[in-house]
Design a protein around this ligand. Structure first.
Ligand code: G3H
Ligand code: 13P
Ligand code: ZN
Length: 311
């Protein structure tokens, strides 16, 4: 089976009231852990590559590893550029075989965001590739860009229809209070998402797939494992799972998860070395780390996204 588009995945997810998991990848063990879980749970998935991941692992290694995962599992997998910030980067991923790209013009003015997004959409659609745009700004860290809480802006529902109509995007990432990274809320703060904004956007854009970035739960048991085994992440807090389930039952069709995979891998490796200080063969600690990625992805597919059995 070749790489698939997100179009059909999103149409089914919208109609079925569930969401597709979009998991960030940058090496073989992460790709294997995710796709083995997806195969066991018969779940369609999106593997996504940030520009930092692409620089780290190289485009050709990532596309070949994803091809290998499809050959190994036979699963419907879409390959997506996460947070593309220029037309050139999007073009390079489209030319290099990705089936979906995100152009993140959220740091630009409304008009500049529209102009950049439209240019990417024209090129992508001419090559059969779908495009995710973004309106509103999430707090947190992506690559080297650190958006402070004060600079974060919720998506304005009054802008979404015009943005979608003028750009022709296939899906839209919105800001309703999620943020990138492992520190989404302050200790003692009551996590809240603006479901009123999501609901209004759903009304303005009927049958249109919405994307939620910054959606890791920052799984407390992994944070605890890290802190117990020499780490120092005492204030790491994520999005409560019941809020993600609610978003998936609404217009949200794609939920982005990266930090939880990083935590799963790091927690496992720290625990492994705490119990086996003499180990030095990478397979000894990467095997349980890959297994832990598989465990967390299976949990997300079945208990959070509801996309198991939908492939
Ligand atoms: O949205 C950000 C993703 O977690 C990717 O992170 O840019 O550090 O690879 P990265
Ligand atoms: P997390 O940092 O919450 O995993 O978000 C990842 C993301 O939005 C990737 O685009
Ligand atoms: Zn993101």
């Amino acid at each position: 089976m070749p790489l698939v588009s997100t179009k059909e995945m999103f149409a089914k997810a919208y109609a079925g009231g569930y969401a597709i998991g979009a998991f960030n990848v940058n090496n073989m063990e992460i790709i294997q852990g995710i796709t083995e879980a997806a195969a066991e749970e018969k779940a369609p998935i999106i593997l996504q590559v940030s520009s930092g991941a692409r620089n780290y692992a190289k485009h050709v290694y990532l596309t070949k590893l994803v091809e290998a995962a499809i050959a190994d599992t036979g699963m419907p997998i879409a390959l997506h550029l996460d947070h593309g910030d220029t037309f050139e980067l999007c073009k390079s991923c489209i030319d290099g075989g990705f089936t979906s790209v995100m152009i993140d013009g959220s740091h630009h003015s409304f008009e500049e965001n529209i102009a950049l997004t439209k240019k990417v959409v024209e090129y992508a659609h001419a090559h059969g590739v779908t495009v995710e745009g973004e309106l509103g700004r999430l707090a947190g860290i992506e690559d080297d860009v650190n958006v402070s809480d004060e600079d974060a802006v919720y998506t304005d529902p009054d802008e979404v229809q015009e943005f979608v109509e003028r750009t022709g995007v296939d899906s839209l990432a919105i800001a309703i209070g999620t943020s990138h990274g492992a520190y989404k809320f302050k200790p003692g703060q009551n996590p809240q998402l603006r479901f009123d904004i999501l609901e209004e956007i759903g009304r303005r854009l009927p049958n249109f797939p919405i994307v939620l970035h910054g959606a890791s739960s920052v799984v407390p048991e992994y944070v605890e494992m890290i802190n117990k085994n020499g780490g120092a992440m005492p204030d790491a807090i994520g999005i409560p799972e019941d809020m993600l389930r609610k978003a998936a039952s609404m217009a949200v069709c794609k939920i982005n998860i990266d930090s939880d995979l990083r935590l799963a891998m790091t927690a496992s490796i720290r625990q492994h070395f705490a119990s086996n200080p003499d180990h030095f063969d990478p397979r000894q600690y990467l095997k349980p780390a890959r297994e832990n990625i598989k465990n967390i992805v299976r949990h997300k597919l079945v208990s959070v996204l509801g996309c198991n059995g939908k492939a």
